[in-house]
Design a protein around this ligand. Structure first.
Ligand code: NAP
Length: 474
């Protein structure tokens, strides 16, 4: 039997779909899974693609069934299972083979694994795969990091299985070590912010405007035909119009308002903090998910403080057009923050991340695919700006949308509709565009209590003032 072109371990939701995608593109794929029964189930369900699948429950035989130098994709639960799988593979690998971790790894683990495998002569790629189950089956966005030499070994397969945007593959090599997984982490942070801002706008429609889920769905569907066009806006329309089979009621009204999180959004907020980059929209979105999880506490607080002061009865002072403009402006700020984190991480890790290419490979296949990513890619390709808020196309959109964003955030504040993420975007924008801020006062305070020094134009830095002694009262 001919050897397989590539191997894949982990036939869970993502691994099974990726394997079928690989086989469909004409490659022979060797497959293995810890629980052997899943291999049989997978093969039984592979239909016409069965001929290109090389199943093996024995790990040594699995490795030997792949042509050398081997590329083996690991698609198992992130964390310790990845280390355990690599450990079990090592005795059977040869110099020049490579392991590709395609799960949602923490990029620091990827850097560690890259460092552990490289001296052994085993290549390591950490790839971010976005698009969920559907993307894995028909074309995800693939963000590659790790050994460049090993990338060339797997490039054909990975490029073929990725989503295509106007014929261009949404798969690219982005840099050494943890670059691919870092970019995927920030992708997920942007995804959190995007989803949260959509939910906040839905909150205004539901609680401020008294709109039914069906009416909200119609609005999101119409927005999907305009500048907000994106996968998340599209699926929001579908989620809002779904009906529960059992009760005949709108499904969204029955779903408990407690959002889960697996960690990548939180990692992106932590990474931004560690790098010293303001990513307030992403942080706000992570915080909003945490607050959503304390439902019992929120219900108790509602009894203490009462519910909204402005309800559907009194209406809101914003229009649907305001909501559309505000959402667009807020989303642009969150993408700008995400790209600013990528830019700083690139500098710190010497990754030389191609920001334009990242925007390009997010244009199809991934969860945050949206029309304006094409404009973002063009802005980076033209070298227009590091922060997207300074790129001419986005300056125009922000100039047009900022008034609506202000109205929506203000209305939310007056009506008690939470605006965790949209208000964070607005505050970031206002701070970013303010030539003279208020940190002068903070520097004065810091010098007062800690002699940290301050700077005065024309007199230099590290200056101090003789502050009065304060009286400590107990
Ligand atoms: P899943 O359906 O839960 O499958 C998990 C896989 O991991 C199974 O093959 C399981 O093997 C294997 N596994 C778990 N613990 C193991 C261990 N200790 N040793 C060896 N194998 C082990 O997971 P999934 O949704 O496909 O996700 C896989 C990876 O993709 C994760 O890192 C996830 O974060 C990432 N990801 C998921 C999505 C998504 O939409 N689901 C999107 C992008 C990325 P057994 O069958 O033996 O239990």
């Amino acid at each position: 039997m001919d050897r397989a072109d590539i191997g894949l371990i982990g036939l869970g939701v993502m691994g099974a779909n990726l394997s079928l995608n690989i086989a469909e593109k004409g490659y022979r794929v060797a497959v293995h899974n810890r629980t052997a029964s899943k291999i049989d189930e997978f093969v039984a369900g592979a239909g016409d693609l069965r001929d290109r699948i090389v199943p093996n429950a024995d790990l040594r035989a699995f490795v030997q069934s792949i042509r050398a130098p081997r590329s083996i994709i690991i698609m198992v639960k992130a964390g310790a299972p990845v280390d355990m799988t690599i450990e079990s593979l090592l005795p059977f690998l040869e110099q020049g083979d490579s392991v590709i971790d395609a799960g949602n790894a923490n990029y620091q683990d990827t850097i560690r694994r890259f460092g552990e495998l490289t001296p052994k002569g085993i290549g390591f790629l950490g790839i971010g795969v976005s698009g969920g189950e559907e993307g894995a089956r028909h074309g995800p966005s693939i963000m590659v990091g790790g050994s460049k030499a090993q990338w060339h070994n797997a490039e054909g397969v990975l490029t073929a299985i990725a989503a295509k945007f106007k014929g261009e593959s949404c798969c690219a090599y982005l840099g050494e070590g943890g670059a691919g997984h870092f970019v995927k982490t920030i992708h997920n942070g942007i995804e959190y912010a995007d989803m949260q801002m959509i939910a906040e706008v839905y909150g205004v429609m539901r609680d401020g405007m008294g709109m039914s889920p069906k009416a909200c769905a119609e609005v999101f569907k119409s927005w999907n035909g305009g500048p907000l066009n994106s996968y998340l806006i599209e699926i929001t329309g579908h989620v809002l119009e779904a009906i529960d089979d059992e009760t005949g009621k709108p499904l969204v009204d029955l779903i408990v308002d407690r959002a889960g999180q697996k960690g990548t959004g939180r990692w992106s907020a932590i990474a931004a903090e560690e790098l010293g980059v303001a990513a307030t929209a992403i942080e706000g979105a992570v915080a909003a998910r945490s607050l959503s999880s304390i439902k019992a506490e929120r219900q108790a607080a509602e009894k203490v403080y009462g519910s909204l002061t402005r309800t559907a009865k009194s209406g809101t002072g914003v229009s649907l057009e305001d909501l559309e403009q505000a959402l667009l402006a807020g989303k642009i700020v969150s993408y700008a923050q995400g790209f600013a984190v990528l830019s700083k991480a690139s500098e710190e890790n010497s990754w030389n991340l191609p920001l334009g290419t990242i925007a390009k490979i997010w244009r199809a296949g991934c969860i945050i695919r949206s029309r304006f990513l094409d404009q973002m890619a063009a802005a980076y390709d033209k070298g227009e700006a590091i922060n997207l808020l300074m790129a001419p196309d986005f300056v125009e959109i922000m100039k047009k949308g900022q008034a609506a964003l202000r109205r929506v955030v203000a209305e939310g504040a007056l009506g008690g509709v939470p605006m965790t993420c949209l208000s964070a975007s607005l505050s970031y924008f206002d701070t970013y565009r303010q030539g003279r801020g208020t940190a002068n006062l903070i520097q004065g305070q810091r010098d007062f209590f800690g002699a940290h020094g301050f700077e005065i134009d024309g007199r230099g830095g590290d200056l101090h003032h003789h502050w009065p002694a304060t009286i400590h009262e107990s």
